[in-house]
Design a protein around this ligand. Structure first.
Ligand SMILES: Nc1nc2c(ncn2[C@@H]2O[C@H](COP(=O)(O)OP(=O)(O)O)[C@@H](O)[C@H]2O)c(=O)[nH]1
Ligand SMILES: [Mg+2]
Length: 307
């Protein structure tokens, strides 16, 4: 039996469900998910190992117009994923329909797969029309037509990353387009994120879920200390915000908001680590950190292709 392997880049505008798809295939929360745009800031690797194939998914930040250094970094990451992948899965949101940003994405994908010389360029792009659980069938027709008309995608597949609908079909098509090759990763290696990075992300996820408007974009989490004791792991982290007003929101009346965020984050961390966690959170204002190269470096938002 032949064995196929390679990198599969998941790309698309913010909030279409890219990270949800990665998590669905890997069966655990490797990338955090929220209804807020630009939840994903890094490249996230998720390796799926089967008998006949090893699929190295690369989740990426959504394509958007960057407004600060952090946004530029996120776009660099998304572009690198697009260029490095063997197969691209471009994703759109069936409920939102085809937007101008999606059209721009199609053009980018077209460019990426037509790079002269072959080399590292993707061999094929598939279009995943996500969130079909939210629309009636007829709504899909114009999207399938647009997909065919773009003459960019080897396949157009309606899916639901949330319910799992058609994910097996998409995976089968992804693997069919991968080159023949060996297992590049040990089967037990599922991601390249460190545990510390995942801890920081799970805390940030609770911040995103608990806050609104500009606050989710203005938060970052810095891990200060992780100390594995005999029975409990003690985690100390600082939440960075950009303005004093945001600090007040995150702390909440009498500290209620921060307490709620901490409780839920602790539950998530206990699941990740498989043991009891003591979590201590502080909130600190770091003026305009999203434009501050030094702080961005400190937070790990730096380097080509992410991390
Ligand atoms: N109804 C529905 N919601 C989805 C689906 N996939 C993702 N979502 C939701 O869409 C939002 C954004 O998902 P996320 O994976 O963070 O999107 P990303 O920014 O593209 O990575 C979250 O609230 C998800 O729960 C889907 O297939 N159906
Ligand atoms: Mg994401």
């Amino acid at each position: 039996m032949s064995h196929r392997s390679g990198f599969v880049g998941i790309v698309g505008r913010p909030n279409v469900g890219k990270s949800t798809l990665l998590n669905a295939y890997l069966g655990e929360k490797l990338a955090i998910v929220s209804p807020r745009p630009q939840t994903t800031r890094h490249r996230v690797l998720g390796v799926l190992t089967r008998e006949d194939a090893q699929v190295a998914f690369l989740d990426s930040p959504g394509f958007h117009e960057p407004e600060h250094v952090l946004g530029r970094y996120m776009m660099e990451v998304a572009k690198a994923v697009m260029d490095e992948a063997d197969v691209l899965v471009a994703m759109i949101d069936a409920r939102a329909g085809l937007t101008e940003a999606d059209e721009r994405l199609f053009a980018r994908v077209r460019q990426a797969i037509r790079q002269p010389g072959g080399g590292g360029a993707p061999r094929a792009a598939l279009l995943a029309i996500n969130k079909v659980d939210t629309v009636k069938k007829p709504r899909l027709l114009p999207l399938l037509e647009a997909c065919a008309k773009a003459q960019t995608f080897a396949e157009c597949i309606p899916i639901s990353a949330l319910t799992g609908d058609q994910l097996d079909v998409l995976l089968g098509r992804i693997i069919a387009h991968l080159p023949e090759g060996p297992r590049w990763y040990e089967p037990q290696q599922r991601t390249d994120q460190t545990t510390d990075q995942r801890i920081g992300e799970l805390i940030r996820e609770q911040l995103l879920l608990a806050t609104r408007q500009e606050v989710p974009h203005a938060v970052a989490v810095r891990l200060d200390q992780v100390e594995a004791g005999e029975r409990v792991t003690a985690i100390h982290a600082t939440i960075l915000v950009e303005r004093p007003g945001q600090k007040a929101i995150v702390i909440g009346r009498g500290g209620a908001m921060l307490k709620r965020i901490g409780q839920e984050a602790r539950r998530q961390l206990e699941r990740l680590l498989g043991r009891k966690v003591h979590l201590a959170l502080w909130v600190k204002v770091a003026e305009d950190w999203r434009r501050d190269e030094r702080i961005l470096r400190e937070l790990g938002y730096t380097g080509e292709g992410g991390r």
